[in-house]
Design a protein around this ligand. Structure first.
Ligand code: ADP
Ligand code: X2W
Length: 304
């Protein structure tokens, strides 16, 4: 009698698997509103070079992108590769030098940037996405270039060499790929009118692409959980940052190094057609989907 009662109140393993399936179905239903909201809209995803070193994290990010594309969103990947470039330079005995987060790029450095960023990394990302079941196309100066620009004018006397900024994006190629359900993968280099190639900070390249496409969202995936009051303390993350406060934090030196071009890119993007800009930690599993498909989101949102 006791064991018969216990059986009544103890769910069998079959009940559990049904409960699990119901929970999964609920998750899908919850996501429906977000999927509807972003279907047909462009999200530009900037992949930071620090993440490209973490193969597991990278695989999950690319899977998230494959998912986004599968549900009718239009993702565009713009990638950096700062660490890989610095490693390749170190192998040739050249020391990396940065001014306000931008690499000083002489002719020899430019050759390494072309090989590593526009070649190896760009091809690797495209192949990896295809391996995960997505359709991707690499748009680099070695294949089809879509970023055009000029040498970056600097405020000081210091010459950054072959460092450029993007002044025009060939939207038609990117939109054509979306039409055929392919994800464009773009390295951060641009071509000048005379055919000269320039090394572009990947944050500013992503910004230019997002502006040109009138993207709904621009997401910077980095190796930190967002902008922090103390860069070494993950608990000091700022969830929501106004443009004014961001400028103040740069002036105070609280935002420094590689975070400067990222935040500057956010500030320039806002108010120019891009509705939302976020900096999130790409090493957290599915952080991209969490950002897009949850109300609270993750990381730091920068607002006007
Ligand atoms: N206030 C800050 N909050 C968070 N990170 C900061 C801050 N100031 C500087 N950083 C640095 O910025 C780095 C992210 O920039 P970067 O190395 O260029 O990344 P990515 O390769 O993702 O573009 C972090 O790893 C961190 O060391
Ligand atoms: C001009 C300039 O600084 N270009 C960058 C391009 C790559 C980049 O920005 O990579 P991350 O996203 O990993 O920082 C560089 O040479 O490192």
């Amino acid at each position: 009698m006791v064991s018969a009662l216990a059986e009544l109140f103890t769910p069998s393993s079959r009940d559990f698997s049904v409960q699990e399936a119901i929970a999964k179905a609920n998750t899908l239903i919850e996501a429906m509103g977000w999927i509807r909201r972003f279907r047909g809209k462009t999200t530009v995803i900037k992949l930071g070079g620090s993440l490209l070193e973490d193969k597991m994290a990278l695989m999950h990010i690319l899977l998230d992108v494959v998912f986004m594309e599968s549900v009718g969103m239009k993702p565009v990947i713009v990638h950096g590769g700062g660490k890989a470039i610095s490693n390749a330079l170190a192998e040739t005995g050249v020391e990396a030098k940065f001014i306000r987060g931008r690499r000083v790029t002489d002719a020899a450095t430019l050759e390494v940037v072309k090989r590593v960023l526009a070649g190896e990394l760009n091809e690797f990302l495209t192949e990896e996405m295809e391996r995960l079941g997505g359709r991707a196309m690499n748009l680099s100066p070695h294949t089809t270039n879509v970023l055009f620009g000029e040498k970056l004018p600097t405020e000081t006397d210091e010459d950054l060499g072959f460092v450029g900024h993007v002044t025009r994006v060939d939207r038609s190629v990117i939109e054509g790929l979306h039409y055929t359900d392919q994800v464009p993968i773009i390295p951060s280099m641009c071509e000048g009118e005379d055919g000269q190639l320039y090394n572009v900070n990947a944050d500013t390249a992503a910004m230019a692409v997002a502006q040109s496409l009138g993207a709904e969202k621009l997401v910077f995936l980095s190796d930190v959980n967002g902008v922090r009051r103390d860069k070494d303390d993950s608990k000091s993350i700022i969830d929501s940052l106004s443009a004014e406060e961001a400028r103040h934090l740069i002036d105070e030196g609280i935002i420094e190094g590689g975070m400067i071009p990222k935040v500057e890119a956010c500030l320039e993007t806002l108010g120019r057609g891009v509705r939302k800009v976020h900096i999130i930690d790409g090493s957290i599993r599915h952080s991209l989907l969490l950002e897009i498909f949850t109300t609270s989101g993750v990381g730091t949102e920068i607002h006007p």
